[in-house]
Ligand binder design. Structure first.
Ligand code: NAD
Ligand code: UFG
Length: 338
């Protein structure tokens, strides 16, 4: 079966393409390279010894989507393409709503016309309301998002579940990711953020490699075991394998289903710093600063539903995540850009 992967040149997309190829799926990628480098796809092909098909272009381009569906027999779509920086979404709300919502609307319009109605969507733990008790279950409250990025995820879930409700031939799988970090163990593909990283792990690796002076730990007065924020970090290879499991589930189960993709365990910022130092034997200077506005103290998943229905469970631990993130960064100090 061929899987169309939108945003397949990106961080999670490239790791998922690799896992799909390893399991003998045909892979077709559409990506406008707005936040990625096509070298990621070259390396996926090198690592697997298999070819994928790449279309450079925008998911909002109706003619291109028609061409892709005409030229390839697609059995399932994984829709990663989207803008993802929380802070930037506050400054550029129109761009986020346009890109993230119109890409989904155009994609599903063409899918409906060609009669291919299996789709997996990259949602986020950010759709959960901040006041929920932990761990977060798929039935926990959603909404009350604090930024346009989060609203695009929330609204896309509404759009896709509404489509599946109205037409029983659709099969929609909404995957809510927790905090993806790490890289393929080869160190050949990984996360390559543009500019100053917003997220913890890429910031840590850029400090360790000497591109940034020190890490700012955003607050140490939260109600957690050491006062710093707690998150459910998940290895990107585990996450990618979750998508393969989701493809198998989606093509066999019409309707709409939501799954958490997390480990179920939370670690603090200082847990991350200490594990990274120990595993990699590198210096990692940090300072404690004020809390970052909008951050919550603790966030972690209950992954039981994914285990039960997808037959998927995260296998890698925090040491694996720290080792593989560093292996990628030290082998590619400037990311793909060198
Ligand atoms: P990424 O930026 O590395 O990948 C997204 C890819 O989509 C990029 O290659 C980009 O060039 C492409 N793209 C964006 N808009 C496009 C468009 N209109 N047409 C074609 N291509 C387009 O991000 P990622 O970390 O791999 O995230 C993938 C998805 O998972 C995103 O939807 C993101 O919101 C979601 N997600 C990510 C995280 C995370 O922490 N990384 C957490 C939860 C959800
Ligand atoms: N942190 C620091 N210093 C940094 C960066 C982060 O101390 O330089 C802390 C944060 O305060 C937080 C933790 O590290 O406690 C994790 O922060 P990230 O920015 O890596 O991740 P978030 O949990 O804030 O956000 C992530 C994704 C969002 C998504 C959200 C909820 O980046 O896209 O999870 O799913 F919306």
């Amino acid at each position: 079966m061929n899987v169309l992967v939108t945003g397949g040149a990106g961080y999670i997309g490239s790791h998922t393409c690799l896992e799909l190829l390893e399991r003998d799926y045909g892979v077709v990628v559409i990506d406008n390279l707005s936040n990625s480098n096509p070298k990621s796809l070259d390396r996926v092909q090198e690592l697997t010894g298999k070819q994928l098909k790449f279309y450079e272009g925008d998911v909002r381009d109706e003619a291109l989507l028609r061409k892709i569906f005409a030229e390839n027999e697609i059995g399932c779509v994984i829709h990663f393409a989207g803008l993802k920086a929380v802070g930037e979404s506050v400054a550029k709300p129109w761009e986020y709503y346009d890109n993230n919502l119109n890409s989904t609307l155009m994609l599903t319009k063409v899918m409906k016309e060609v009669g291919m109605k299996n789709i997996i969507f990259s949602s986020s733990a950010t759709v959960y309301t901040a006041t929920n008790e932990m761990p977060l279950r798929e039935t926990s409250a959603t909404g009350g998002c604090t930024n346009p990025y989060g609203w695009t995820k929330y609204m896309t879930e509404q759009i896709l579940s509404g489509i599946a409700f109205a037409d029983k031939a659709w099969s929609v799988c909404l995957l809510r990711y927790f905090n993806p970090i790490g890289a393929h163990e080869s160190g050949r593909i990984g996360e390559d953020p543009r500019g100053i990283p917003n997220n913890l792990m890429p910031y840590i690796t850029q400090v360790a490699v000497g591109r940034r002076e020190k890490l700012s730990v955003f607050g140490n007065d939260y109600e957690t075991h050491d006062g710093t924020g707690v998150r459910d970090y998940i290895h990107v290879v585990d996450l990618a394998k979750g998508h393969v499991a989701a493809v198998e589930y989606t093509v066999n189960h019409p309707g709409c289903e939501v799954f958490n993709l997390g480990t179920g365990t939370g670690y603090s910022v200082l847990d991350m710093v200490h594990t990274f130092r120990e595993v990699n034997q590198v210096a990692l200077p940090y300072v404690i600063t004020d809390r970052r506005p909008g951050d919550i103290a603790v966030c972690y998943a209950d992954p039981a539903k994914s285990a039960e229905l997808l037959g998927w469970k995260a296998e890698k631990n925090l040491a694996d995540m720290c080792r593989d993130s560093w292996n990628w960064q030290k082998n590619n100090p400037q990311g793909y850009g060198e």
